[in-house]
Design a protein around this ligand. Structure first.
Ligand SMILES: Nc1ncnc2c1ncn2[C@@H]1O[C@H](COP(=O)(O)OP(=O)(O)O)[C@@H](O)[C@H]1O
Ligand SMILES: [Mg+2]
Length: 396
C-alpha cells in the first residue's frame, strides 16, 4: 500500500495564527503515523509557505524567527499525470535535492483570514486535492459577518437588526448613518465585517462612543456592521458535523466571559494550559439551558449549516436573550478552534475520530466533484484559429 501523505496546513496571516498552531499540534498528536505520513505546511504571518519536521514540535514555536530559519520553502505543483505534489526545497539537504511528495489530502487547521475565508480552499480546488472543512463559498460567506447575516435573513434564520456601511458612506453620510443607528436603539455593537477573535468588536451605549468605535473598526475593515446589542445576553454555541446533505448537531456549550463581550483573552488565554487550545477556555458543557431551548438551537444550527452549504465541522454561535429566550444567529466558524472536538466527545467521538471523519468527508466531496463532467470538448478554438482574430468579433 502506498503511503498517504496527509498535509497539515496551518498558521497564516491571521490574528488567530497561534491558535491555529495549537490546533495543528493537536492533529499531529492525534493521528497515527503508521496510517499516514504527516507533512506540515506552515504559512508564516507574512505568507511564506514552509515545510520540515521541525514544525511538528510545539516547543519550536517559542521563537518564530528561529523557526523559519530551520524550515524550507514548499509549494504545490502538478506532475505530468495531473497529480498534485508538495515540493520541498531542501536547503539543508545534500546537493539541494528537491523533494516532491504526492498529496493524499489536506487537513485545513487554519483559523481566521485567508486560511478560513475560502482563499486557501480555492488553492486546493485549483490543485484538485481533497481538503477538510467547508468549500470556497461557505468559507467566504461565513467569514463576512454582513453577507452571512444577509444569507440567514433570506432563509428565515433570525438575526439581530442592523445596518452596515462602507468608509466612503461614513465620510459622506455620517449624519444619516448616526440617525439610523439611533433608530435601532442603544446599546449597539460595532463590528468590522471580516475579522474574528473580537478584534474591533465594541459594545457602545451612546453616540460619542459609537463614533469612536466605528473609527477604530475602520482601521481593520472597509465595511462595518452596527447591530442591536442583546441584553441580557447568553451565548450558546453548537457544532455541526457532516455535509449540507447529511449532518448532525453536537451538544450545546455556553462560553463564559469576563466582560460583557467575549474578548480574545476570554476565548484563548484564560483557563487551563495553552496547549489544550480552545478546550481550555471557560465554558459550560452541555449548556445549562432547558431541553426545549437546546433542541431549538440544535435544529437552528443544522438548518444554518445547510443554508451555508458548509462541510466538515463548523461551530454555530448564537446570541440568546436570557429573559425572553429569543435566539439569533451570530456567526458560523467554518474552522472552529480545536475543531470543536470538546463538543463531540460527549457523543463518543474523540479528537482522532473527528479528524478521521473530516478526512473521510473531504475524500467523499473530492470524489463527487471529480465524478461530474467539468469540461466540454468544443472545436471553438480550431474554428477561430482558422478565421483569425477578425472572427472573434461578436464573441462575448
Ligand atoms: N449583538 C450583540 N449583542 C451583545 N453582544 C454581542 C453582540 N454581538 C457580539 N457580541 C459579543 O461580542 C463577542 C464577539 O462578537 P462576534 O460577532 O462573535 O465576533 P468575533 O468574530 O470576533 O468572535 C461575542 O462573543 C459576544 O460576546
Ligand atoms: Mg465570535
Amino acid at each position: 500500500m502506498s503511503i498517504k501523505n496527509l498535509i497539515i496546513a496551518f498558521g497564516g496571516s491571521s490574528p488567530e495564527h497561534e491558535v491555529s498552531v495549537l490546533t495543528a499540534m493537536q492533529v499531529f498528536a492525534a493521528l497515527d503515523e503508521s496510517s499516514y505520513a504527516l507533512v506540515p505546511l506552515y504559512i508564516t504571518k507574512s505568507g511564506k509557505w514552509l515545510g520540515g519536521d521541525f514544525l511538528k514540535d510545539l516547543s519550536n514555536y517559542k521563537d518564530l524567527k528561529a523557526l523559519e530559519s530551520e524550515c524550507y520553502p514548499v509549494s504545490f505543483s502538478k506532475d505530468e499525470m495531473g497529480r498534485t505534489h508538495l515540493n520541498e526545497q531542501g536547503k539543508h539537504r545534500l546537493f539541494k535535492k528537491q523533494i516532491s511528495i504526492p498529496v493524499y489530502a489536506v487537513v485545513c487547521a487554519f483559523h481566521g483570514s485567508e486560511g478560513e475565508n475560502g482563499s486557501f480552499q480555492g488553492v486546493c480546488e485549483q490543485f484538485n486535492i481533497p481538503y477538510t472543512g467547508s468549500g470556497v463559498l461557505a468559507s467566504s460567506v461565513g467569514m463576512d459577518k454582513i453577507k452571512a447575516k444577509q444569507l440567514c435573513e433570506a432563509n428565515h434564520i433570525p438575526v439581530t437588526s442592523s445596518l452596515d456601511f462602507y468608509e466612503s458612506d461614513w465620510e459622506q453620510l455620517q449624519d444619516t448613518i448616526l440617525k439610523e443607528a439611533d433608530l435601532l436603539g442603544f446599546p449597539l455593537v460595532v463590528k468590522p465585517a471580516n475579522l474574528g477573535s473580537s478584534i474591533g468588536v465594541k459594545k457602545v451605549d451612546d453616540m460619542e462612543s459609537l463614533i469612536d468605535a466605528v473609527e477604530v473598526a475602520f482601521r481593520y475593515d472597509a465595511h462595518i456592521l452596527v447591530e442591536v446589542a442583546i441584553e441580557p445576553l447568553m451565548e450558546i454555541n453548537c457544532s455541526v458535523l457532516g455535509t449540507g446533505e447529511n449532518c448532525q448537531a453536537s451538544v450545546c456549550e455556553r462560553p463564559i466571559g469576563n466582560t460583557e463581550t467575549l474578548s480574545f483573552e476570554d476565548k484563548y488565554q484564560r483557563g487551563a494550559g495553552a496547549d489544550k487550545g480552545m478546550a481550555a477556555a471557560d465554558r459550560v458543557i452541555p449548556a445549562d439551558i432547558s431541553l426545549e431551548l437546546t433542541n431549538q438551537i440544535r435544529s437552528m444550527a443544522v438548518h444554518t449549516f445547510k443554508t451555508f452549504d458548509a462541510s466538515g465541522v463548523a461551530r454555530l454561535d448564537f446570541l440568546v436573550n436570557a429573559d425572553t429566550e429569543e435566539v439569533y444567529f451570530n456567526e458560523i466558524n467554518t474552522i472552529p478552534g480545536s475543531f470543536s472536538f470538546y463538543l463531540w466527545d460527549k457523543s463518543d467521538i474523540n479528537f482522532t475520530q473527528l479528524v478521521e471523519e473530516l478526512i473521510a468527508i473531504a475524500l467523499k466531496r473530492h470524489q463527487a466533484k471529480n465524478g461530474r463532467i467539468r469540461s466540454y470538448e468544443t472545436n471553438l478554438l480550431n474554428e477561430k484559429a482558422a478565421t483569425g482574430i477578425k472572427g472573434l468579433k461578436g464573441i462575448r
